[in-house]
Design a protein around this ligand. Structure first.
Ligand code: GLU
Length: 606
């Protein structure tokens, strides 16, 4: 376990209400934290709410990890009843919709990777833009990008939700339990009520001004005086229970083609100051996709991630391909803190990968990648040329590369995705492993509540500008298109045996790529267990400054980085990593799970 003392991450109020943490075998030790500074809070709409050290969980048959104990419990219940990983994931997601409404839900989208023992399936449940949307969606009447607030809050930013149809598609192929059974835990909790968690309470407090402008959200999340439901308050959600009950009986179509779709469209169109374009027809025509995952070799492993419209799989593969040419493995953290050289190599690799991602990656159903697509960006010779740009001093900011066969140049994306979102992982007793990142985008999405759940603001992941001096921006708004994501559900296999060694992923906006890459380097190169790798301080670069998690790095490391030309920014880096790893114990393979100390997640398994 890391011994370097965690210093300041959370808002004081959340610390006052120290998380009611559920110690299992690994257990958790809440660590007091000081108030975060204001700038850090603004940088992360889903604010930090505490840090509770965790030491990991072990199980031999099956396991599930999610960002909230009630959600983990729902998945565990399914596994215990003979369910598969997808069964567990669906039950978990339904409870997350209820208990972690700030992060994900049936009003949002997701990316899911599932290994069925032979093949990796990649499911895309990303939201789509309304058919009436144009490149001008986020521009004002003078052609200037609207403010972030105007972009996010209201009807404008809501895309057609993808979660339920994607899960149904995956369940048809990989499910074992009846679809209706998977909704039981969430329906029960929604009807009988669940205790508001410290994190939900802190986020409600933080978001009071925006969220209370929606009368439906105001009445549900706040009392008559506008005060957020306190920690431990028994919150019931009969409207969500009704929707889940209908979907449990009638399938996802009930949501997509019936009353719920009409309610969503009416809410979006009816926003008093910022209406949107999403119609019931857009929702009815939503289709999830099964696509080829992005897989590449990294030393003795094969790493698979989500393909476009997520940029996560490509960017992580680029980072690893670049790091493969370095000796980052020789820079194992000491006392849980990576040294300046490790941070240098990792953040330079990040700069190079993010430069390509920012320029090239968008929904490939609309905009081609350069050259021969993914293969050109992940070509080892191309990545070796990129890696050769790393010197002893920081490059500051990287230019996008020119992969072989390049035919197109595009402008640079101006989308700023902000961290909310949730991640879950599951392995079952049948050889399946699953990793899924799921999101309503910003904290509480567009701050519009319908039928007991939050609507996403995922369209703000498009570039607000459509064009710059270099030409059209790949990730501009187009009708029916999916906004580019950074979500990075990841599976790692041992090349020699073909066995799954790790399933992981995280929320965190565009920083997701760095959070997940940190866990990969931590487990694969530094031989840490997945809990230790998750708990490592966060660090990296998104092709701007070198970003370090506040309060986690000694000053000497910061000074060494500065001396090497790094512009260092230290702020709250609120990841929500979850991971399950295959480990050898007493001569046999068992599962070891880890959950992010920065959030409320736990792992359960038998
Ligand atoms: N909307 C972001 C994406 O799709 C995720 C936001 C988050 O992690 O909070 O990449």
């Amino acid at each position: 376990m890391i011994s370097f003392k965690h210093l300041a991450l959370a808002v004081a109020l959340a610390c006052a209400a120290a998380p009611a943490l559920h110690a299992q075998d690994g257990g958790q030790r809440p660590v007091p934290a000081k108030a975060a500074d204001k700038a850090a809070l603004q940088a992360a709409p889903e604010i930090a709410t505490g840090y509770a050290e965790k030491s990991g969980w072990t199980a031999s048959k099956f396991m599930v990890a999610a960002a909230n104990p009630l959600a983990t419990e729902a998945g565990y219940r399914m596994l215990k009843q003979g369910g598969s990983a997808i069964d567990a994931a669906i039950a978990t997601q339904m409870v997350l919709t209820l208990v972690e409404p700030q992060s994900s839900g049936i009003g949002g989208g997701a990316f899911l990777l599932l290994f069925d023992g032979k093949k990796v399936h990649s499911y895309d449940g990303r939201e789509t833009a309304p058919m009436a949307a144009t490149e001008r969606l986020f521009l004002d009447k003078d052609g200037k990008p609207v403010s972030r607030e105007t972009g996010v809050v209201g009807g404008r930013s809501t895309g057609a939700p993808g979660v339920l149809r994607m899960l149904e598609m995956a369940h048809r192929k990989h499910g074992r339990l009846a679809w209706s059974k998977l909704f039981e835990p969430a329906i029960e909790l929604a009807e009988k009520g669940f205790n508001v968690s410290p994190r939900l309470n802190a986020l409600l407090r933080y978001d009071q001004r925006r969220l209370t402008r929606d009368p439906v959200a105001a009445a549900y999340f706040y009392d008559a005086d506008g005060q957020p439901r306190p920690v431990g308050y028994l919150l019931k959600n009969p409207e969500l229970a009704k929707v889940l009950h209908e979907v449990a009986q009638g399938g996802a179509d009930v949501f997509y083609t019936g009353r719920v779709a009409r309610d969503i469209a009416a809410k979006v169109a009816g926003h008093p100051t910022n209406p949107g374009l999403l119609t019931a027809a857009d929702i009815a025509s939503y289709r999830p996709r099964e696509r080829d995952p992005v897989c590449s070799d990294y030393r003795k492993w094969r790493v698979c991630g989500a393909p476009p419209p997520s940029s996560g799989g490509i960017a992580i593969a680029e980072m690893l391909g670049i790091l493969e040419t370095t000796d980052i493995g020789a820079h194992r953290p000491v006392n849980g803190v990576p040294d300046a050289q490790a941070i240098h190599l990792f953040s330079e690799a990040g700069r190079l990968a993010y430069a390509d991602r920012n320029r090239y990656v968008a929904d490939t159903d609309f905009v081609p990648l350069p050259g021969n697509g993914i293969a050109s960006l992940l070509d080892k010779r191309y990545l070796a040329r990129r890696a050769a740009l790393i010197g002893t001093q920081s490059m500051g900011s990287a230019q996008p590369g020119t992969p072989q066969g390049m035919q197109v140049a595009w402008g640079t994306d101006t989308a700023i995705d902000k961290p909310s979102t949730s991640h879950l992982v599951a392995v079952d007793g049948y050889g399946n492993a699953l990793t899924m990142t799921t999101s309503v985008e910003d904290a509480f999405g567009s701050r519009q509540m319908v039928d007991g759940f939050m609507l996403n603001n995922q369209l703000t992941d498009f570039s607000f500008d459509a064009l710059d001096a270099n030409g059209p921006i790949a990730n501009r708004v187009q009708p029916g298109k999916r906004p580019r994501s950074a979500m990075s559900p990841t599976l790692v296999f041992d090349k020699a045996t073909g066995k799954l060694v790790l399933a992981t992923g995280s929320p965190g906006g565009s920083t997701i790529i760095n959070y997940v890459a940190k866990v990969l380097v931590g487990t694969l190169d530094w031989n840490l267990d997945v809990q230790q790798a998750i708990s490592l301080p966060n660090f990296g670069s998104r092709n701007g400054p070198t970003e370090l998690e506040a309060g986690r790095f000694p000053d000497a490391v910061v000074q060494q980085l500065k001396a090497r030309g790094h512009e260092v920014r230290q702020f709250e880096q609120n990841s929500g990593l979850q991971g399950i790893q295959r480990v050898r114990r007493d001569g046999r393979d068992v599962w070891f799970g880890g959950a992010d100390p920065r959030r409320e997640g736990i792992v359960r398994g038998d």
